[in-house]
Design a protein around this ligand. Structure first.
Ligand SMILES: Cc1ncc(COP(=O)(O)O)c(C=O)c1O
Length: 397
């Protein structure tokens, strides 16, 4: 079968023409115009570093928070710009104090790096991590809600919940979960790494104690751009991983939270500076803006999922309502004794080296299985999933 063409919007990205790129989910991909925008901010910085980092750069970071806030329906002052979701999760977990025996809840589909951070703090404080098993295949959102809420006890103090799970691609019923958990006095740390640009987020209405999202994934912003939102009543307890000048500068009408997060040492802020342009540029590629982009990506990934299921004779592992812009399918499990997320599945390498397809394939311990996860972004086309289906049929026989 011939290599498939991308969509007509692919001209806005500089992706390798020899790769069928079906893994937007891992690190995102940034349009050419936004890479230029980032370089323009770097040029301005290097033209006069002091004037930039003491002035224009800080002003642009404020503009970036305001642009995010209007997309997220929240107060820009409750947002901190951070490099990625992993550091935001660490920021929250390593700021909090726990009592021995406190219970920290996490579904077994959580991203391993964030789970590691949870295990680390639990061990430090003598707290207990309670892992909630979510079946996969899963019948529907109610199964997830029941499993999580049944695990809540009077010792539960925090729950780390995904918007969309990484290994299994499940769009979680996070709005319901946040409402129920916060209603039961359990602080929710919402891991929305797959969040902004993929699913609608209205943070004030949502009401989670802490939310982090990567902008470099589904917003298509430059790498190293993410945010942490902390509800006002929790801000006194949350400090950046790096304590810097903000710890003791006079408040001067603003909050300690703002001061501490607005300056964490000298760094290149160009990825964050490019956020307002990213929101406008990518949002302008499709009529209807961001809501239309989310819908278009979702329809395409569902189409891709059907194509694969039909070609391979397998069943989708979750209802369509639990799919956003990534979809995971269950492949036959090999005989491997050890199942570890860091192990490379040989099928992933075959798909790349023989067929030029970039798509993640991995085994996972709980829920146990061998998974393939497809992504859909504006540059993808239906043909690319047909090609993947053909390649998988060849590679699996
Ligand atoms: C659910 C989830 N959380 C956290 C992360 C970590 O993102 P980052 O590497 O940008 O910190 C990812 C990355 O794929 C993810 O899928």
């Amino acid at each position: 079968m011939d290599r498939p063409l991308r969509s007509e919007l692919a001209v806005h990205w500089g992706l390798d023409p020899d790769t069928v790129f079906l893994n937007h989910g891992s690190f995102g991909a940034t349009p050419l115009a936004i890479r230029e925008e980032q370089r323009r901010w770097q040029d301005r910085m290097e033209h006069e570093p002091v004037a930039f980092l003491d002035g224009e750069g800080l002003e642009q970071m404020t503009a970036a928070r305001q642009a995010l806030a209007s997309m997220l329906s929240c107060d820009a002052d409750d947002l901190a710009l951070v490099d990625n979701a992993t550091s935001a999760v660490n920021t929250v977990l390593r700021s909090l104090t726990f009592e021995p025996g406190d219970e920290l809840l996490v579904p077994d589909h959580a991203y391993q790096a964030c789970r590691n951070a949870l295990d680390f703090v639990a061990q430090r404080w003598g707290a207990t991590v309670v892992t909630v098993a979510i079946p996969f295949p899963v019948a529907g959102p109610e199964t997830v809600i029941d499993a999580v809420m049944e695990a809540v006890t009077e010792r539960t103090v925090l729950a780390m919940i995904d918007t969309v799970t990484s290994p299994t691609g499940l769009r979680m019923p996070f709005e319901d979960l946040v409402a129920r958990l916060e209603g039961a006095s359990v602080q929710v740390l919402l891991d929305a790494a797959h969040g902004i640009g993929m699913v609608p987020l209205a943070l004030d209405e949502l009401g989670a104690s802490y939310t982090t999202s990567n902008c470099h994934k589904w917003l298509c912003a430059p790498k190293g751009s993410a945010f942490l939102h902390v509800r006002k009543d929790r801000q006194h307890a949350i400090h950046p991983l790096t304590i810097s000048h903000g710890a003791n500068v006079p408040l001067d009408g603003t909050t300690r939270f703002r001061h501490e997060f607005d300056w964490t040492g000298t760094r290149d802020p160009s990825a964050h500076c490019a956020l307002p342009a990213t929101i406008d540029h990518v949002g302008g590629l499709v009529e209807g803006g961001w809501p239309a982009i989310m819908e278009r990506n979702r329809s395409l990934v569902l189409k891709g999922r059907s194509i694969l299921c039909e070609a391979l004779g397998i069943e989708p592992p979750c209802p369509e309502s639990m799919v956003a812009s990534i979809a995971t399918l269950i492949l036959p499990l090999g005989d491997e004794e050890e199942v570890h997320p860091h192990l490379q599945d040989p099928l992933k390498n075959v798909l790349k080296s023989t067929y030029g397809i970039q798509v993640p394939v991995w085994t996972w311990a709980s829920p146990r299985g061998r998974f393939i996860r497809i992504s859909a972004q504006l540059y993808n086309s239906e043909e690319e999933y047909r090609y993947l289906a053909w390649a998988l049929k060849q590679a699996l026989t």
